[in-house]
Write a protein that binds this ligand. Structure first.
Ligand code: HEM
Length: 459
């Protein structure tokens, strides 16, 4: 009797693992991260600063430190390396930042019709390779399209397959490490840097790049902003959008024929799945908030996008694109591209235009359905079933059941992997102190160029 009971109990534990283990490991991971990183951040909205003061504090001129003085920065620099010291997002205010930000704006100033035509061509190429009914991961499907798109935006010429593959390898490696689903592979990143250096040496660029940067620094600037951030962000944004449509068949049917409605779906997707979980700033002076609270200089402010996007919306967890019929993004607690007065995303105009085109191209060809989970960080890369829109309506129950089962079990193994690799990377980032070392070297010699290690700095 006892062995049967033990066996039954074991089977029950194993079968129920997907229901409780992922949640448990995520909670444990958060505790391990908080322990290793320290509790240095002030959450906004939070106890000290409420949602009503969110934009006021975010827009304050003293909320302008980006990297120096926050332990968290060592982790970001580790994930974005090599070249985090040249990444626009992590540069402190000053001449170098201004020059780089100006260059980024110029490169992204693609006329609308050209951007639409290019996005159409690049997404069509990625989608044309899919025949019949197929299970795909939306993020993986989209990455080659955006690699080709941004290569052409930067270099003004068609993207060779070799460059596309190097860009995808680089962007995928960064985002996989950021989500703690894998370790860094610096060799993949360095291969792209070498390719970009050679491409810059060959000349014939349509844009001028910052004059005071060396060729390697220019390559790293392009790699960080265009061949990492742009590719990752756009691929993830389109994957979220298509996942939402796959989960809401009635919205999908309407979006196929109604562009205005598709725009509302995009807005609602940004609200529910903002690409930034938290954006941080280090205060460079005291901030006195209108409700009387004073935030001292050197505070690390952690602006929580998903929390802010829930305040002031009726039934905030419900997916409801029609709320944007009467609501303007400007008047709502809705900042998918950041706040206008404090370093907003330079692609706030271009990204939605190109996302719309990619979604239209996909919907034109395929009916989308999914049974996989959809979370903001989307570590499962958006598993989805694509079936030809005009093709025979083969039953989809079996592939969707398979997808559901696979997703739950992957969730289980991934949560353990994330716990182990995340802990390792947080510790390794603290050991390497890439950001702190950079600023220490500058303090000793303001003119010094700190050469942060590239391939040599481990996984
Ligand atoms: C749908 C796609 C995208 C979304 C939702 C998005 C979102 C954001 C957000 C919220 C910020 C501000 C974070 C903060 O305040 O710290 C930001 C900053 C930034 N984004 Fe994007 N982004 C997207 C696509 C892109 C693309 C295509 C590029 C290409 C170059 C890009 C480059 C940057 C850069 C360089 C910054 C830093 C700006 C600065 O500090 O001056 N983003 N993005």
């Amino acid at each position: 009797m006892l062995p049967v009971l033990v066996l039954t109990l074991c089977v029950l534990v194993v079968v129920s693992l997907p229901l409780w283990l992922p949640k448990g490991t995520v909670a444990l991971r958060m505790r391990v991260f908080a322990h290793l990183n320290g509790h240095e951040g002030i959450p906004v909205p939070g106890d000290l600063v409420g949602a009503a003061q969110f934009k006021e504090v975010y827009s304050h001129p003293a909320a302008n430190g980006r990297s120096r003085g926050a332990g968290l920065s060592d982790l970001f620099w580790y994930w974005l390396s090599p070249g985090a010291d040249l990444h626009q997002e992590h540069l402190e205010a000053g001449d170098r930042y201004e020059e780089i930000a100006h260059t980024t704006r110029r490169i992204l100033g693609v006329p609308r019709t050209r951007a639409e035509a290019l996005a159409e061509r690049c997404s069509a190429r990625a989608l044309n390779g899919i025949h019949g009914t197929r299970l795909v991961r939306l993020r993986d499907l989209m990455m080659p399209a955006w690699a080709e798109f941004y290569y052409e935006v930067v270099f003004g010429e068609r993207c060779p397959p070799k460059a596309r593959d190097l860009i995808v390898d680089n962007a995928d490696d960064v985002v996989t490490a950021l989500k703690c689903c894998g370790l860094r592979h610096m060799d993949r990143r360095d291969r792209l840097t070498r390719f970009l250096i050679d491409r810059l040496d060959a000349g014939g660029l349509p844009h001028e790049l910052p004059a005071d940067l060396s060729t390697r620094e220019r390559a790293l600037y392009l790699q960080g902003t265009f061949f990492n951030t742009a590719i990752v962000q756009t691929s993830e944004a389109v994957a979220h959008l298509l996942m939402v449509l796959a989960q809401h068949p009635e919205a999908q049917t309407r979006a196929v024929r109604d562009d205005h409605y598709l725009d509302q779906v995009i807005e609602e997707t940004f609200r529910l799945y903002p690409l930034f979980g938290i954006a941080h700033r280090i205060t460079t002076g005291e901030i006195t908030v209108s409700d009387g609270v004073t935030l001292p200089s050197g505070s690390v402010l952690c602006f929580n996008y998903p929390a802010f996007h829930r305040v002031g919306f009726e039934d905030p967890d419900r997916f409801d694109p029609s709320r944007w019929e009467t609501l303007s993004a400007r008047d709502a607690n809705h900042i998918p591209f950041g706040v206008a007065s404090n370093r907003p995303c330079p692609a706030w105009r271009l990204a939605p235009i190109t996302m719309r085109v990619a979604a239209r191209e996909t919907l034109k060809r395929f009916a989308l359905s999914t049974s996989a989970s959809h979370t903001r960080s989307m570590p499962n890369r958006g598993p989805c079933l694509l079936a030809p829109r005009d093709g025979s309506r083969r039953p989809r129950h079996a592939p969707l059941a398979y997808l559901w089962l696979r997703d739950r079990w992957e969730d289980l193994t991934r949560s353990v992997v994330q716990l182990v690799l995340g802990t390792y990377m947080v510790r390794d980032a603290r050991r390497q102190r890439l950001c702190q070392r950079h600023f220490d070297a500058r303090k000793r010699d303001p003119g010094a160029v700190e050469h942060l290690p590239a391939a040599a700095d481990g996984p």
